[in-house]
Design a protein around this ligand. Structure first.
Ligand SMILES: [Zn+2]
Length: 83
């Protein structure tokens, strides 16, 4: 199983897994994650951190070695339909 690098979210400061961005090997997309405090809106749905899915620089130069790897789809998440 491939491990994703973790990048500090610029908004909430948590270490969030960053998925690959097609064609941009030095970039990663912050995994969708709940806002600090995990608030819920009127429908009871968890509120995402505003920087979920933000494109960030990856800290690991070794990502270049992984170009040939067929990266698996993001982990199942009932709100990952954006992908
Ligand atoms: Zn965040």
């Amino acid at each position: 199983m491939k491990k994703l690098p973790r990048v500090e979210c610029p908004r909430c400061g948590r270490a969030i897994a960053a998925g690959p961005v097609a064609g941009r090997m030095s970039k990663g997309r912050l995994w969708r994650h709940d806002a600090p405090g995990a608030r819920r809106d009127a429908e009871g749905v968890l509120v995402s951190c505003a920087d979920s899915l933000t494109i960030v620089d990856l800290p690991l130069p070794s990502v270049q070695l992984e170009i040939e790897i067929d990266v698996p789809a993001p982990a199942p998440d009932d709100e990952m339909a954006l992908f």
